[in-house]
Design a protein around this ligand. Sequence first.
Ligand SMILES: O=C(O)C(=O)[C@H](O)CO
Ligand SMILES: [Mg+2]
Length: 262
Amino acid sequence: MTRIAANLSMLFTDAPFLDRFDRAGAAGFDTVEFLFPYDHPIDVVKTRLDRNGLRLSLINAPAGDWTAGERGFAARPSKRAEFRASVEQAITYATGLGCPRIHVMSGITAGEPDRAACEAVWTENLREAADMAASAGLFISIEPLNSRDVPGYFIAHQDPTLALIQGLDRRNVMLQFDVYHTQIMDGDIIRRIERLKGAYGHVQIAGVPDRHEPDTGELNYAEIFAAFDRTRFDGPMGCEYNPRGRTEDGLGWAAPYLRTPA
Ligand SMILES: O=C(O)C(=O)[C@H](O)CO
Ligand SMILES: [Mg+2]
């Protein structure tokens, strides 16, 4: 059964962050995800979730100076201390907010030592993060990002990323299958959904190439949802797109997956 979640870092962005929970609830979402809640105390965010009857499916660990282009630390030998601190903070928030999964970003590795050194530090960091998360009963999500939007990011393709994850030997680290990035870098979406069944723990969606609503662009989301259904994937897929206009006005495609207002 297809389930969706509102990504509050990209939807309803005409409202301040905390007010986006109310907008998502009113629009009929029962689940949300977002990147960085860290400017707000846990209890304040929790109140917004609870008063709208919302579950939280994913947060990102702090990823550095976002506006300056930082995208996490896991593969950056020069940022070991920042990495550990970011995972600790994310675990505190995920636990307090009842969120099962943390997206840990790998970082832009241009400017770091050679690839082998980055891989070695990524592996050490992720094993440590996985063990910390496992003690709290949490999953870690690892997402390749397309190199058109995020040049120099450590991981850009699904298969090599899965190989890295398998090398960790940690059961609570899984792929994040963002259909938008995957279509740009790898394609063959339906077969890939089937072949990678069981390897991804979180899915995100958007139209390609413009990253608008999934009802525009080169992908057929009816077929993609059916493929995820066949694999028995039942997690809420994050709607991680830039709405063409007001978020609510573009939710026609999502009507079958939203709660009807009380
Ligand atoms: O950009 C994405 O697709 C993500 O999911 C990240 O969390 C932010 O880069
Ligand atoms: Mg994504």
